[in-house]
Design a protein. Structure first.
Ligand SMILES: Nc1ncnc2c1ncn2[C@@H]1O[C@H](COP(=O)(O)OP(=O)(O)OP(=O)(O)O)[C@@H](O)[C@H]1O
Ligand SMILES: [Mg+2]
Length: 329
């Protein structure tokens, strides 16, 4: 029986420091998510060896007996944090599920990712980057509304109702908040009103694009000024609709763009692409997540069931795609 190591970061492993925002450990998983993933791997006929985070991995590296690692570790600090476990595994010659360090680093940094999208003609909201509020006082021609996000965070960290700004004063204060709280530049984007979608993809040479999921906020599909904030993630104000009931041409362009984005950053085994679609029906890629949440509350279970397979099946498929890449299946 093959042994699958499991690398992850638990919310409880994060030690809050003074000055940390309340969402500092938002990307990390609940023990229940790790249990569910471990059970799903076992249901596919593997033995699971729980490893934990990058530090735990380093401690055990010399004596680790696993055939492959299922990595969902988010890492602790900085824009290379998601790359830490993959780089250690690569150095040790241990196969692992999911994207490699380069893809994880480039996509966690949204500015880097957007430069790739632009080079590959993947539509993404217009943007600029601001390292400090002082840089803003020199420029005066902004097209509001804009949205201000941290440059390298996920899980909607740093996003609240104030992230959407309508004038220069609000822009300055939100940039100040991001730079001071998250200790990184702010990414300022044109705000796309309209609708929001997310697309899960699994596989490699011929990736499987899963059904489009639409995000409903406060019971509305036409979101206008509404968007996904940190507070909404855990509230019942947010719903996933799967499959999205949208015109065939929009579905086609979203699917094609999702696949193009997955390939552009060389995702492996699984990933998820987030979109906004403006009032005229034009889709924009917000970001790609090569390490999307596999929590049963999130979209992977939903899309699996929509195509008639179980959560355990989709985890099994992701694992099989990885094993195949290494000729281990
Ligand atoms: N340019 C934009 N226009 C409108 N809404 C946006 C824009 N950028 C981000 N948002 C809103 O903010 C949410 C989070 O943004 P984004 O996906 O870039 O960050 P994230 O924190 O990495 O996301 P996730 O929660 O998926 O990890 C989006 O789902 C969307 O609702
Ligand atoms: Mg997102």
């Amino acid at each position: 029986m093959k042994i699958v190591g499991l690398t992850y970061d638990l919310k409880s492993d994060y030690k809050f420091k003074e000055g940390d925002p309340e969402d500092a450990n938002a990307e990390f998983d609940h023990p229940s998510t790790i249990d569910v993933i471990a059970k799903a791997i076992e249901a596919n006929g593997f033995k699971v060896e729980r490893i934990g985070n990058a530090e735990n991995l380093l401690e055990r590296l010399g004596s680790l007996k696993v055939d492959i690692v299922f990595n969902i570790s988010e890492g602790m600090f900085g824009r290379n944090r998601e790359s830490q476990v993959p780089v250690i595994l690569e150095m040790a010659g241990i196969p692992f599920v999911g994207a490699d360090a380069l893809t994880l680093g480039i996509t966690l940094d949204k500015v880097m990712a957007k430069k790739i999208f632009i080079a590959d003609k993947i539509p993404t909201p217009k943007f600029f980057e601001v390292g400090s509020p002082e840089q803003l006082s020199q420029t005066n021609h902004h097209r509001f509304p804009l949205i201000v996000k941290p440059r390298f965070e996920g899980s909607s960290k740093g996003l609240s109702e104030s992230s959407r700004v309508q004038n220069k004063e609000e822009l300055i204060s939100q940039v100040e908040f991001i730079v001071n709280t998250y200790k990184q530049p702010a990414l300022v984007e044109e705000f796309i009103s309209g609708q929001e979608f997310t697309v899960a993809i699994i596989g490699n040479e011929e990736p499987e694009v899963m059904p489009v999921v639409q995000i409903k906020i406060d019971g509305k599909l036409q979101l206008k000024d509404k968007f996904y904030t940190f507070a909404r993630i855990t509230s019942d104000r947010l719903e996933y609709i799967c499959p999205a009931k949208i015109p065939a041409d929009l579905k086609k362009s979203i699917n094609e763009l999702a696949l193009k984005t997955y390939r552009a950053v060389e995702c492996r085994d699984f990933g998820r692409v987030d979109f906004r679609v403006d009032k005229e029906g034009r889709p924009y890629v917000l970001e790609i997540n090569p390490l999307p949440s596999l929590s049963t509350e999130d979209v992977f279970k939903l899309v699996a069931e929509n195509v008639g397979i179980t959560y355990e099946d989709i985890i099994g498929k992701i694992l099989q795609y990885a094993l195949k890449r290494y000729n281990l299946n």
